[in-house]
Write a protein that binds this ligand. Structure first.
Ligand SMILES: *Cc1c(COP(=O)(O)O)cnc(C)c1O
Length: 225
């Protein structure tokens, strides 16, 4: 794997309209530094402990993205430094992020994760839950949270049509919300969708952030869960 070449390749392929999040989970700091030296600054991790460790040992101009399921009791460890939490998947989690952010007087940027895949196992709100949440007073009260858009993961399948349809439905929801009247602290700026296997389809369907891991860093050689 030539990490620098991979970073150059994806950044030029994506252009200015789409942010590359280099998903560095399971890879050690010295590997991440190779991407950093190629100019990459946005990195994604899915485990709190690993994220905190890397934050502490790597340059402080890295923008750290939390992309994995986040347990409420671990929120406090990442709130001081995290750049964007992509995986807000419950009202309880949202309230905990708000609470911890209020304690240190920080506004934390978040995306609402929407369940678009067929798999039962993927976390996230349903489309109607997102719409309801954005109308509820909870959002207006959570003034240490800035909601910047939506995130979704498509079904892990070879069926491109299926994947495309799932991304399209998320894009449609995002557009609908964008053109509706949104509460303060909410804007539909980012649409985080697409990984190594499906980022091209995601871009065709309007993604503004792709989260690419194995295609940059190679296969992960120890289990994620
Ligand atoms: C691991 C992960 C990715 C990246 O997956 P690759 O297939 O390695 O590109 C993207 N998004 C989330 C939420 C992940 O956990």
């Amino acid at each position: 794997m030539n990490i620098k070449n991979n970073i150059d390749h994806y950044r030029s392929e994506l252009g200015d309209g789409c942010t590359l999040i280099a998903v560095s989970k399971t890879h050690p700091p010295e590997i991440i530094l190779q991407a950093y030296e190629a100019g990459q600054r946005d990195f994604g991790e899915n485990k709190v402990q690993e994220l905190v460790g890397k934050y502490e040992s790597l340059p402080n101009d890295i923008r750290w993205h939390m992309i994995g399921h986040l347990q409420s009791n671990k929120v406090k460890y990442i709130v001081p430094f995290v750049h964007l939490i992509h995986s807000v998947d419950s009202e309880k989690l949202l309230l905990e992020i708000n609470k911890q952010a209020a304690k240190i007087n920080r506004v934390v940027s978040c995306l609402l994760q929407v369940h678009i895949a067929r798999e039962e196992t993927k976390f996230g709100f349903s489309e109607s839950e997102v719409t309801a949440l954005l109308k509820s007073p909870v959002i207006t009260q959570a003034n240490h949270i800035q909601i910047n858009g939506l995130m979704g993961m498509a079904t892990n399948t070879e069926d491109h049509n299926q994947v495309k349809n799932e991304f399209r439905s998320l894009h449609t929801l995002w557009e609908q919300l964008k053109s509706s009247s949104l509460p303060e602290h909410v804007r539909m700026r980012e649409l985080s969708m697409g990984m190594s296997s499906d980022y091209r389809l995601a871009i065709e369907e309007g993604s503004t952030m792709v989260r690419i891991g194995s295609a940059i860093f190679g296969e992960r050689n120890y289990p994620e869960h």
